[in-house]
Design a protein around this ligand. Structure first.
Ligand code: Q0Z
Length: 384
């Protein structure tokens, strides 16, 4: 195995290679071994499973790569791509033909592993103004997954959760072919009987709650003090359940309606545990400089009883606000999606499909915000 820069001008003669590695930009300009490749050409680790001699015997389609690099044909070599972007390619779609799709959302896909277990996969898709955009955000799926894993561990003593493992080496053999894609962005979870109510907790007044409050002075039937400003902290966190309406938009419902749907006892249990989780997690996040304005939990029933499922306290399921920029009296900037929203407003997208692509700079800066949210919350660095 040899470390070096590929002579890309030679590889560009082989159209097959560009179809195998569509991510690589091929250039007609050679770059010599030992020299830095032009920035648009990725750094490659060249490794041939066949030695040069064998390769010579095996094929006439030989390429002599000068400058001390090996003889090899691309049919006999594996190329490991070492630029960060290409080591962690943006995943916009998943497709595991061996598995049945259990559910799929704007960002996540859930597959059935067997009767007992599911595979949760967070892609790098991003939605804004209710549509999934054409551009993915590098590392986003891993950030969401790692944040959920952090909270599952943090909340361990408070509530059972659906996580089995995020260690891809422990996944069943049926997904063995996909471990490189799945690493860091997936979880094997216990299949639960899901409660058809979203358990929303709000510590601050924003979004649909702000609209309801302005119109009626109440949110989900809860009377709030008069004179609140947009984004104000509430006297205490409130539980504001919602149902998935057929229109796609969640619909806030009074607690009594939740009780009618799933029973008063289960409703009280879910409300109490949701408030406990929010209180503990938001206190922690606040110390780390992040306000969790509100969040949505989903629960299911498993052998362990009421179980915290789905993703937990991520920027996708919650409003994260940077505490140092908090200014009640107006809508707050989003920790993660602000660059995206600003760009979409700037280009005056009519908010009808198809959703536009993002300029690379907007995607990159947004990616940095997600990676930063993970670091700020956990104190750990996401391997990028
Ligand atoms: C969660 C959802 C997503 C679209 C199903 N442990 C579980 N057992 C059974 N079902 C679920 C879970 Cl988490 C389950 N959803 C919500 C998640 C994409 C919809 F990633 N759907």
């Amino acid at each position: 195995m040899k470390n070096g820069y590929l002579q890309t001008f030679l590889l560009s003669r082989y159209p097959l290679l560009s179809s195998v590695f569509p991510q690589i930009k091929f250039s007609e300009k050679p770059c010599r071994a030992g020299n830095s490749p032009p920035p648009e050409i990725c750094q490659l680790l060249w490794c041939s499973s066949l030695g040069p001699a064998q390769a010579t015997n095996q094929s006439k389609a030989l390429t002599k790569i000068s400058g001390g690099l090996e003889y090899a044909t691309f049919s006999a070599c594996r190329i490991l791509i070492m630029t960060p972007e290409l080591l962690d390619p943006v995943v916009l779609q998943t497709d595991f033909p061996e598995l049945e799709l259990h559910a799929s959302g704007k960002v996540r896909d859930v597959y059935r592993l067997d009767n007992e277990y599911l595979l949760f996969v967070a892609t790098d898709r991003i939605s804004a103004f209710d549509y999934v955009l054409a551009t993915g955000i590098p590392h986003k799926g891993r950030v969401l997954t790692q944040i959920s894993l952090f909270w599952f561990d943090f909340l361990r003593g408070l509530v059972p959760n659906h996580l089995v493992t995020a260690d891809v080496t422990r996944y069943p053999a049926t997904v063995r072919n996909y471990v490189d894609l799945l690493r860091g962005r997936s979880m094997m979870v216990v299949r639960a009987e899901m409660v058809p109510v979203e358990c929303v907790v709000r510590g601050y007044i924003s979004g649909s709650a702000w609209k309801e409050y302005k119109a009626s002075g109440r949110v989900c039937g809860i009377e709030l003090p008069s004179g609140l400003k947009e984004s104000d902290q509430l006297p205490e966190p409130i539980f504001t359940p919602a149902t998935k309406a057929t229109t796609g938009h969640d619909e806030n419902i009074p607690f009594a309606e939740m009780a009618r749907l799933i029973g008063p006892e289960l409703s009280r249990e879910l409300r109490d545990i949701s408030l406990k989780i929010y209180t503990k997690a938001s206190q922690y996040a606040r110390q780390k400089g992040i306000i969790i304005a509100d969040t949505k939990f989903e629960f299911g029933r498993t052998a362990a009883g009421i179980t915290l499922a789905d993703e937990v306290l991520t920027p996708d399921s919650s409003r994260f606000w940077p505490a140092d920029k908090y200014q009640p009296g107006k809508a707050q900037e989003s920790f993660d999606k602000q660059y995206v929203r600003d760009y979409l407003e700037e280009i005056r997208w009519n908010k009808q499909p198809p959703a536009p692509a993002l300029p690379p700079e907007v995607a990159r800066k947004t990616s940095e915000k997600y990676v930063e949210a993970y670091r700020q919350l956990t104190g750990r660095k996401l391997d990028v």
